[in-house]
Ligand binder design. Structure first.
Ligand SMILES: Nc1ncnc2c1ncn2[C@@H]1O[C@H](COP(=O)(O)OP(=O)(O)O)[C@@H](O)[C@H]1O
Ligand SMILES: CC(=O)N[C@@H](CCC(=O)OP(=O)(O)O)C(=O)O
Length: 254
């Protein structure tokens, strides 16, 4: 994490503005298991009952968020953590997934992003750090009804769209979209929409990479300039920002 944040610091110094969105799924799972809770995920999203919501809030809005902010400050980024109020969501109704009805519990679908606050922090020279525990409102302007758990990649994409950013960088352990998912040397540098859809249909893009690429295509169709899927090692963000596709996979609008 420190290495990526050092790259962010360099880019902010060069005039880029960032919103850092983080997850913390593995930490929430570890805390839940330590407390004896069962972990259930369907299609990559956590089924979140009341006890799990407490765990997710503690692990992600509490521990992960403050850890990221502290590490960012240490790396020279003038970071500030913003919590639930910036991401608003409504509770997901039971949905059909993989042939059965799934009630995700306290999982939210985003209804609004407080872009005014994010832009205000940029104007103050700060870098917002956003965690994916959202505030629950029936309507964007209605009274708050609690918290909801949202996937971190989804929050990042929604913020990118609402801010109309030039670049969305999605960090992943695999380092990009690969032609052969077991061979890192087969990274696809640039992917357009038809090729991406073809790769999904052909099974070249599978598993956890499908929602990432589909999310990227939605972001592009809604005005984000480019989406980069890349690894989280030192220098990769800098290299990819300088030349899309140099070290990751760059998806661009037509
Ligand atoms: N064509 C592909 N290129 C890269 N990864 C792929 C591809 N197809 C499937 N995958 C799988 O997608 C997963 C990446 O998504 P995910 O596990 O959510 O990453 P992360 O946890 O780093 O965000 C990996 O498990 C990888 O094996
Ligand atoms: C609804 C849902 O699944 N929310 C995620 C939020 C954290 C997250 O997205 O973390 P990663 O990016 O580390 O996976 C979860 O509970 O795990």
């Amino acid at each position: 994490m420190a290495e990526v944040l050092a790259d962010v610091a360099r880019l902010v110094d060069a005039g880029w503005r960032f919103v850092i969105c983080h997850g913390g799924g593995p930490q929430a799972t570890a805390l839940g298991q330590a407390l004896g809770l069962e972990v259930a995920k369907v299609a990559g999203q956590r089924v979140t009952d009341a006890a799990t919501l407490e765990v997710v809030s503690q692990a992600i809005a509490g521990q992960a968020s403050t850890t990221v902010v502290a590490a960012a400050l240490e790396a020279g980024v003038r970071a500030v953590g913003v919590s639930a109020g910036v991401v608003q969501a409504t509770r997901r109704r039971p949905v059909e997934v993989e042939g059965r009805t799934v009630d995700y519990g306290f999982v939210g679908d985003i209804t609004a992003i407080d872009t005014e606050l994010l832009r205000g922090l940029w104007a103050l020279g700060r870098t917002p750090v956003v965690n994916p525990v959202a505030v629950w409102r029936g309507e964007a302007t209605g009274p708050a009804r609690g918290r909801l758990n949202v996937n971190g990649d989804t929050v990042a994409a929604a913020i990118a769209v609402e801010l109309g950013v030039d670049h969305l960088f999605a960090m992943t352990a695999v380092g990009g979209v690969l032609r052969d998912r077991h061979d890192p040397s087969t990274r696809i540098a640039v992917l357009d929409e038809p090729n991406a859809r073809e790769a999904i249909a052909a099974g070249v893009i599978a598993g956890g990479m499908i929602p990432k690429v589909e999310e990227a295509l939605v972001a592009l169709s809604r005005g984000v300039g480019a989406v980069h899927i890349l690894g989280a090692k030192a220098g990769l963000l800098l290299a990819e920002a300088e030349l899309p596709g140099r070290v990751g996979t760059a998806l661009r609008a037509e």
